[in-house]
Design a protein around this ligand. Structure first.
Ligand code: ATP
Length: 447
C-alpha cells in the first residue's frame, strides 16, 4: 500500500486534501492522472451497466434530499456503527474494527491493546447533518446523502412514467456519498467523502432470485474483464445473521487488498422494502401496474453497489508490478488499456532536426481521439520507464528513419516489444489497443 500511496503522490494520481494546511484526514484529491483513471473506471461501469444494455437508464440526483427520505430509508434510526473510546490513549474506534485499527499512542498498537480501558460501545450515526437556508434550527436540518440509492427509489415512478421501461429494468447512478466514518483508513479504501456506482434493478416478485444470481455473476465478471486477477477476487455470500432484516440475500465482491480480503462491492436482494417504505412515508403509490397481465405489484430490487474510489484503488494495486533484473528494475502499472489514464506517449528521439516537430504532428493528429502525452526530456529509456510507471500502454518513438520513410517505433508496455509501423496505421492500432472489452454474455437469467 505504501508503494501505491507514494506512486500516487509522485506521479499525480492522488494528493492529500488541503495538504498545505496540514491535510484533512481521510479526504483526498485526484490529480491529473488519477482523475483520468477514475473517470475511465466510472465510464467502464456506466458502459457495462447502463449504456450497453437496453433495460437500464441513468440518473443524476441531488445530494441533498427531503429529510423524510432518510426516515423512510431507515438511515436516521439505524445507519450507525458501534463506537468505543479508549480511556488512556483517547483513541476512538469502531467496535467491530478493533482488530484492524491502530491506536494513536506511540509506539502504535492495535486498538484496545495500549493497556487503556475501552468504554462500552455506543451507537454513532454516520450521516453528515447540515442546514438548508439561513436558519440553523432543527426544521432546516438536511443530510449529505450516505448512499445514492435513495435518489433512485424516490424517482421510480418518474422514470416509469417518462420512459417505456417496465420491470424488469434498472436505474443506475454514479455520485458522491458521505459517511462520517469513525475510523477512516487505508488511503482511498475508507474515506468520509467518496463516489458510489449503484444500480437498482426492479423486478417482478418471484423473478428476484434469478436476477440476484445474474447480477452477482455479472458484477464479478466486470472486474476480471477489466483486468483484475481472478485469484485476488472472490464472491462471499453473507451468512443469514449478517443480513439486514429486509434483505433476502446479500453477497460481497471482495478483493485481496494489502490489508486483507475486503469488500469492493455489495450485491443485495432488497425485496420490496425500499419502495414500500417510501409508499408508507410519502403516501404516494409507487406500485407498478402491468397492463397486459392486469397485475399490480411493488417491484423487488436487486442492488449492486460499488465504490468508484475503492474500485480505482483495487485497479491500481492489482496492476502494480515491478520487473526486470536487479540492476534495471522497472515499475509498471499493467492497467487494462481502456482504463489507462494516458493511451499513447509520443517521444521524439532527439529534440532537434525536425524530430520534435514531426512528433508534435502525430500528437495533434491523435489528440482529438485519445489521451496522448508528449515527452522529450531525458533518454528514451527513461522516458519509456516514466510511461510504464503510469500505465501508458503504447509508446511511439520518432527517429531519423521516420523522416525518411514515415514509420515510427511502436513499443508495447507489457512485453516491451518494439515494432516498426507506418504513421498512417497509428490511429487504428491505438483504437484497437485501447478498446474496452465487449460483453457478449446473457443479459438476463436463464428462464
Ligand atoms: P463497509 O462494510 O466497508 O463499511 P458498507 O457495507 O457499509 O461498506 P455499502 O453501504 O454496501 O458499504 O456501500 C457500497 C460500496 O460503497 C462499498 O462496497 C464500497 O465500495 C463503497 N464504500 C462504502 N463506504 C465507503 C467509504 N467510507 N469509503 C470508500 N468507499 C466506500
Amino acid at each position: 500500500m505504501e508503494k501505491i500511496v507514494n506512486l500516487c503522490k509522485r506521479r499525480g494520481f492522488v494528493f492529500q486534501s488541503s495538504e498545505i494546511y496540514g491535510g484533512l484526514s481521510s479526504c483526498y484529491d485526484y490529480g491529473p492522472l488519477g482523475i483520468e483513471l477514475k473517470r475511465n473506471v466510472k465510464e467502464a461501469w456506466w458502459r457495462d451497466t447502463i449504456s450497453s444494455r437496453g433495460d437500464v437508464v441513468g440518473l443524476d440526483c441531488s445530494i441533498l434530499m427531503h429529510p423524510r427520505t432518510w426516515e423512510a430509508s431507515g438511515h436516521i434510526a439505524n445507519f450507525s456503527d458501534p463506537m468505543v473510546d479508549c480511556k488512556l490513549c483517547k483513541g476512538r474506534f469502531r467496535a467491530d474494527h478493533l482488530a484492524e485499527t491502530r491506536c494513536p499512542k506511540q509506539p502504535s498498537k492495535l486498538a484496545g491493546h495500549c493497556d487503556g480501558e475501552l468504554t462500552e460501545p455506543r451507537s454513532f450515526n454516520l450521516m453528515f447533518k447540515t442546514h438548508m437556508g439561513p436558519m440553523e434550527d432543527s426544521a432546516a436540518a438536511v443530510y449529505l446523502r450516505p448512499e445514492t440509492a435513495q435518489g433512485i427509489f424516490v424517482n421510480f415512478v418518474n422514470v416509469v412514467n417518462s420512459t417505456r421501461l417496465r420491470p424488469p429494468f434498472g436505474i443506475g447512478q454514479i455520485g458522491k456519498s458521505f459517511r462520517n466514518e469513525i475510523t477512516p483508513a487505508n488511503f482511498l479504501f475508507r474515506t468520509r467523502e467518496f463516489e458510489q456506482m449503484e444500480l437498482e434493478f426492479f423486478v417482478p416478485p418471484g423473478s428476484d432470485d434469478g436476477w440476484y444470481e445474474y447480477w452477482k455473476n455479472r458484477r464479478l465478471q466486470w472486474y476480471t474483464d477489466y483486468g483484475i486477477r481472478p485469484e485476488r477476487l472472490r464472491l462471499r455470500n453473507h451468512e443469514s445473521d449478517e443480513l439486514a432484516h429486509y434483505a433476502k440475500g446479500c453477497a460481497d465482491v471482495e478483493y485481496d487488498f494489502p490489508i486483507g480480503w475486503q469488500e469492493l462491492e455489495g450485491i443485495a436482494n432488497r425485496t420490496d422494502f425500499d419502495l414500500k417504505q417510501h409508499i408508507a412515508y410519502s403516501g404516494k403509490d409507487l406500485s407498478y401496474f402491468n397492463d397486459q397481465t392486469k397485475e399490480r405489484f411493488v417491484p423487488y430490487v436487486i442492488e449492486p453497489s460499488a465504490g468508484a474510489d475503492r474500485g480505482t484503488l483495487a485497479f491500481l494495486i492489482d496492476s502494480y508490478d515491478e520487473d526486470g533484473p536487479e540492476n534495471d528494475r522497472r515499475t509498471v502499472l499493467r492497467l487494462h488499456p481502456s482504463l489507462a489514464p494516458v493511451k499513447v506517449a509520443i517521444l521524439p528521439l532527439m529534440k532537434r532536426d525536425g524530430l520534435d516537430a514531426k512528433a508534435m504532428e502525430i500528437v495533434e493528429a491523435l489528440r482529438p481521439y485519445f489521451a496522448v502525452s508528449y515527452d522529450q526530456a531525458g533518454s528514451i529509456g527513461r522516458r519509456y520507464r516514466r510511461q510504464d510507471e503510469v500505465g501508458t500502454p503504447l509508446g511511439v518513438t520518432v527517429d531519423y528513419d521516420t523522416m525518411k520513410d514515415g514509420t515510427v517505433t511502436l513499443r508495447d508496455r507489457d512485453t516491451m516489444e518494439q515494432v516498426r509501423v507506418p504513421i498512417d496505421d497509428l490511429f487504428d492500432i491505438v483504437r484497437k489497443k485501447v478498446a474496452p472489452p465487449v460483453y457478449r454474455g446473457p443479459l438476463a437469467p436463464a428462464a
